[in-house]
Design a protein around this ligand. Structure first.
Ligand code: SF4
Ligand code: SF4
Length: 116
């Protein structure tokens, strides 16, 4: 079971990114977050969310949800370059220390984050 994102509900508000950084560092430290909103320069109003798990990157784009093995991304098979900085971050621990479960899920204003 892991965190998943519904890209068609997501509004790129970044609340999950802030929440995850807070969960990691008790501060709004975006660089500590394992869930990240990204945009591209070449496509207007285009965005997605990337989540780092132990063995996979979960990439939610308007086209759909994609799960990539981290080894494949490291070898250059990961497609877009925005995924690569995620490899240095800690993996999602499902907010194991929280009784209420994933903080990102709790804070998402449009219920775009779910467990599957
Ligand atoms: S909190 Fe929800 S709507 Fe906001 S960026 Fe994260 S997944 Fe998208
Ligand atoms: S479940 Fe917790 S550790 Fe995982 S992405 Fe959400 S806030 Fe971050």
């Amino acid at each position: 079971m892991g965190v998943k994102i519904d890209p068609l509900k997501c509004t790129a508000c970044m609340a999950c990114e802030l929440a995850c950084g807070y969960h990691r560092d008790d501060a709004f430290a975006l660089l500590s977050s394992c869930i990240v909103v990204y945009r591209t320069r070449d496509k207007k109003d285009y965005f997605g969310v990337i989540l780092k798990q132990e063995e996979d990157l979960v990439i939610a784009r308007p086209e759909g949800l994609e799960v990539k093995r981290i080894g494949a991304v490291e070898e250059g098979g990961g497609g877009d370059a925005s995924a690569k900085p995620m490899l240095l971050r800690e993996a999602c621990d499902l907010c194991a220390d929280r009784e209420a479960g994933p903080l990102c899920r709790q804070i998402c204003p449009v219920d775009a984050i779910y467990l599957d």
